[in-house]
Design a protein around this ligand. Structure first.
Ligand code: FAD
Length: 292
């Protein structure tokens, strides 16, 4: 009889991978190994994050352009509102367009660490929805935006947050990529609510294979992702055993994807943290095979 996973992914699966721009030569090498390893899987796109407050402006740009020039991949550039006046953001976007980059992941960004609540930069784009509008005025970019299955921590209510997602789509976004989550039911319920709210663009689950459980636990509170109790149990006693943690991480993420695929999810976005192995293995389990 067929493996349950094969049944679950009866529809063709499309994957995408997220990278962060490297800071050092060594990190540059690590990223490039990762890009080369994942390239044959022919992802729908790969994306490169934008450091808080524009700190990686050039590094994000250079990474995106290098991927476009030296690989067969279609890169998307993340761009945020923080710390820039509109003209600066527009210039960055125009430069991308002139270099043939057609896909932007449009985000608000966060206040610099320790500076309290988010406050729009005077003369800047206030929220992601404003950035989407601005980008669409510049050129006909393909635009992806962020979605929060467990609500963004700044949102006054889940309904407000969903209205905000709808506004981003109405402004021209054609894909939402979700914040990471661990319980598939959380994502599936959110997708249902989004559809009921008239959001018809694909909502792609963001998959974070967890290799450093302690760090994720710390980080999750701030970004509105809950960590189920069963995860703590799974990673119990593995603090000093990174090898076993990686194997457990692959199993957890593969099971999460299987459950999503069983409910008709066919697109998956992996937060790779510039490491290919887990994203590659899980893509393989989902039926994705190298091309060529
Ligand atoms: P928005 O969609 O603007 O929404 C943020 C919050 O503000 C929501 O709660 C919304 O309901 C509320 N809101 C919207 N409009 C208003 C208004 N007029 N008044 C009051 N509240 C309002 N960060 C980076 O710095 N760089 C990255 O590369 C990056 N990549 C990401 C990729 C993905 C897939 C995801 C999910 C997140 C990413 N982030 C990144 C994090 C993101 O910048 C933060 O989560 C940020 O806090 C919100 O960004 P947003 O685009 O979702 O904001």
């Amino acid at each position: 009889s067929p493996l349950p996973i094969a049944v679950a992914s009866a529809q063709p699966v499309k994957v995408s991978f997220e990278f962060f721009p490297p800071k050092t030569e060594k990190m540059q090498e690590t990223l490039w190994e990762c890009v080369k390893r994942l390239e044959p899987l022919a992802p729908a796109f790969v994306s490169v994050t934008y450091g808080a407050g524009g700190t990686t402006r050039e590094r994000t740009h250079d990474t995106v352009v290098r991927i476009a020039r030296e690989t067969s991949l279609k890169p998307a550039a993340h761009l945020t509102c923080v710390g820039h006046v509109q003209g600066e953001v527009d210039d960055i976007a125009r430069r991308y367009w002139d270099e043939g980059i057609r896909h932007i992941v449009a985000l608000r960004g966060d206040a610099p660490e320790g500076s309290g609540a988010y406050v729009p930069t005077p003369g800047g784009y206030g929220y992601a929805v404003d950035l989407v509008r601005g980008l669409k005025r510049i050129a006909d970019f393909e635009i992806s935006v962020a979605a929060y299955p467990e609500m963004h921590p700044d949102a006054p209510s889940a309904a407000f947050d969903l209205d905000n997602l709808k506004a981003k789509v109405d402004a021209g976004a054609t894909r939402a990529i979700s914040q990471y989550f661990f319980d598939p039911a959380v994502f599936l319920r959110f997708r249902e609510r989004a559809v009921a709210a008239g959001i018809t663009v694909p909502i792609v689950p963001g998959i974070l294979p967890v290799t450093n459980f302690a760090q994720v636990q710390k980080f999750s509170a701030a970004c509105g992702a809950s960590v189920p109790g069963w995860m703590a149990t799974l990673f119990e006693g593995l603090d000093n055993d990174p090898e076993t943690r990686r194997l457990v991480a692959a199993t957890v993420a593969a099971e999460q994807c299987r459950a999503l695929a069983a409910d008709g999810v066919s697109d998956f976005h992996f937060y790779t943290l510039n490491r290919a192995d887990l994203a590659y293995a899980i893509s393989h389990i989902l039926g994705v095979r190298p091309r060529g």
